[in-house]
Design a protein around this ligand. Sequence first.
Ligand SMILES: [Zn+2]
Length: 707
Amino acid sequence: MLCGSLVFFLLLANGCSNENSKETMINNMMLKEWTGPYGGIPAFDKMNLSEVKQAIEDGMVMSLKEIDEIANNSEQPTFENTILTMERSGAALDRAFAYYGILTSNMSTPEFRDIQEELAPKISEFSSEISQNKMLFERIKKVYKESKKQPLELDKQRVVNLVYEQFAINGAELDDDSKKRYAEINKELSTLYTNFSNNVLADEEGIVLYLTKGQLGGLSDSFIKAIAQAATDHDEEGKYAISNTRSVAEPFLSYSTERKLRKKVWKNYKSRGDNDDEHDNKEIIARILRLRDERVSLLGYDNYASWRLQDRMAKNPENAMKLMNAVWPAALESVKHEVADMQAVAKKLGDNIKIEPWDYLYFAEKVRKEKYDLDFDKVKPYLQLDKLREAMFFVAGELFKFQFEPVPEGSVPVFHEDVKVWEVSDIVTGKFIGLWYLDAYARKGKRSGAWATTYRSHTSFDEDKTVLSSNNSNFIKPAPGDPVLVSWTDAETFFHEFGHALHFLSSNVKYPTLNGGVRDYTEFQSQLLERWLSTDKVINNYLVHYQTGEVIPGELVAKIKKAATFNQGYKTTEYLSSALVDMKLHMQDDLSNIDIDEFEQSILAELNMPTEIAMRHRLPHFSHIFSGEGYAAAYYGYIWADVLTSDVAEMFAEAPGGFYDKEVSSKLVKYLFAPRNTLDPAEAYRLFRGRDANIDAIMRDRGFPVP
Ligand SMILES: [Zn+2]
């Protein structure tokens, strides 16, 4: 029902404005203004699958109409009548997308996936219509050029620069033929992305290994309880379900004594999207790569990576590769030592084996016990999800002056009974800042992993908009009445995602565009938050035993700290191999006959990848880079950001007040959180630190030699 782009405004005058849906537009709940308390909140309880398609389609029509009015304004283009009006446009569609996001990530169903597949190309067409609107771009360009002669206020200037650059790098200056092809490519890509992620999800949900009672060796009671419940949910009462997701596979691989089963679970998990069946992703990937390459060549770039990195903190693939190559050899060296330690343990236990990838986590646990006398099973009773959440609130209070209070029961609609909501306000002034939604538990139709998002971001250009932020994870829901005990890694991830939420909540930006995240920078704020988990104040007040209420013993904490660099060879190698393959893949010149498995293997061979370790995300299920473009040629961003993380953490550690130092934390919020993209990240970092970051701190953190 979308009108063709180039003739859109003409057709509007001719009545192609989708008359028949005017009525539904007004009545469609997904497009409606958010009402109620807290500056208006989404009506998640009223979400209806039957309305979603119409909502997105109508929302796009409304948005395009707004954009069109801007483009056709007869007045001379100014910041106000062009950029500012654009910033204001698309509000109804944004609301619809908040619901769409929930249906995509938290509450997906086969029915919704059909709708998604149908909408994806239309959404792509929609954004092409905007990014390729010639008249609109001419106006933006005029404002941009004018601002180069007569600079605007800092934040206005930043918006103008970012908007102009976004249009320029997305094909606004192409000739008509190229524009047409550009839009076709994006449309096809959008479908491929959807297919890719649906295939991964299908292999995560569809491949379940059922165990019997005799096959549970080494597994913890709570894990057994959870997989028994999962089997019951699958109508396999009395069995134990190992579903094909990270939250199940990793603990299984770490503790199961059944080597053959470990191999099976590992193979299932690492073969997602790579089973040469209807859910195989290899052809999809090859097609995606070719289309990406063709698209950037229309713009005159050598490869996708160069195009992608120009507005990132790294600026170009060479800088990103330089960092990865500096760390890689140290990681490989570390793996050698780790494997030797594991072989020795295996020998001692009478296992005459060569360590294979499905053995790594299992024997690493054994080494951890032997070398550091650290048994993470002994730590787990002190890691209660609720207490960890309270600890995060405490940290947010100390650093950000935020106070969290649960909203009155039933006052904020949620999309599932498991979702809980808190009100966030300023401790000092009492000013309301926003809401924080937590969707903690795994469920069918929810994507795996953990993530943070917003339903509404802070802006102040019209009126003060408060933040609706959310954290999502996949903890296994306990039997009623039981506490949720999580692993140390999961506790870190919980803090990590909360760091993203704090980054959203602390925003003081004026314009929506300035809320945008710079991909290799926005992981820094979240990674940094992880560091507070092991601060004394958190340990002594929140890491308490779920039965006795006793604080985690000091010697156990000392062991955790001592073991901090443990297995860093493995972690760095599994991550960096994925990041390097991602980057090299997107720097390729010739993709005409690319064979995905072969490419993956040849790059790994070139890198001297240890045979005992697999990539964290093999290409056939590397959702970061193929279910969209967010992390394509950008997976390196995590280590890029971690360089900053380590450097800032050292600054805290050396400050008089340590991790709760008032001066450092207020500077942190001021320069590295609140401005989001109002300041150039490299510049913001220099304002905070007084210099650029270097890799010394990250090498120390990982127990690698400082070059
Ligand atoms: Zn993150």
